[in-house]
Design a binder for this molecule. Structure first.
Ligand code: G3P
Ligand code: MG
Length: 237
């Protein structure tokens, strides 16, 4: 079973920061996940929420802040003062620092209105780095975004986040997208997801795991991987 460090080692470090990613790699994570959006001046950046209110940093949306404005914020202190000074990484900064054997799950976080053309931006980024592209699966809850990705690129690896979509249309969409995995909330995980996925040659990855017993349940149900905030948790071989 594969453990994918969710937003880095986000249980113990401020999510989606280099501190969290480095901690995940140091803990031996062979795969990691992060969220991508776009700054006002068009730079792909690594951040989960559409705005900075949860961290108490800025009431404005990511899309309304320039890279310099985003970089001016301290993304570590809100989590713990010992991480003071952590900055939000750009996608490029993160990928440049990623160990060359580490698998990547790049989740595109859409917003309202959508980040027009972000699919092409992500593909342009990956196409400049074929070795990185080979190790990267792109996922999203925003299914039009995944369809656009597939239209633009027949080869890019896609993981479908069904969200609340019922199981039947989820599998129809996964097939349409030629997705390699269904990334399912652990609360929705049943043997049917796994059986159908495996029959169709797809994997089931489960989020978001924070406890050892949740890994055991996912493993018993036949899941192929887990997204966990704690990359030190043990997964079956
Ligand atoms: O990709 C799995 C997980 O990251 C999806 O949910 O909200 O943590 O991005 P969220
Ligand atoms: Mg995510």
């Amino acid at each position: 079973m594969l453990l994918i460090a969710h937003r880095g080692a986000s249980g113990t470090h401020p999510e989606n920061t280099m501190a969290a990613f480095r901690a995940a790699w140091a803990a031996g994570a062979k795969a990691f996940e992060f969220d991508v959006q776009r700054s006002k001046d068009g730079v792909l950046v690594v951040i989960h929420d559409n705005d900075l209110t949860r961290t108490g940093l800025d009431p404005r949306a990511v899309r309304d802040l320039t890279l310099a404005e985003l970089k001016s914020h301290d993304f570590g202190r809100w989590f713990d003062h010992k991480f003071a000074g952590e900055r939000m990484p750009t996608l490029e900064e993160l990928i440049d620092a990623t160990p060359s054997d580490c698998l990547i799950n790049l989740e595109i976080k859409q917003a309202e209105p959508v980040y027009e053309g972000i699919e092409k931006d992500v593909l342009d980024f990956l196409n400049k780095r074929p070795m990185v592209k080979a190790r990267t699966a792109v996922s999203s809850f925003h299914h039009d975004t995944l369809k656009a990705l597939r239209r633009l690129d027949g080869k890019v690896r896609i993981g479908l986040l069904p969200g609340r979509l019922p199981i039947e249309p989820s599998f129809e969409l996964a097939k349409e997208l030629s997705a390699e995995s269904l990334n399912v909330n652990q609360e929705r995980l049943t043997p049917e997801w796994v059986e159908r996925a495996h029959k169709a040659g797809m994997r089931v990855l489960v989020y978001t795991i924070v406890k050892q017993e949740q890994i055991l349940r996912a493993a018993e149900l036949g899941a192929d991987g887990v997204f966990s905030n704690f990359p030190g948790l043990k997964v079956p071989p």
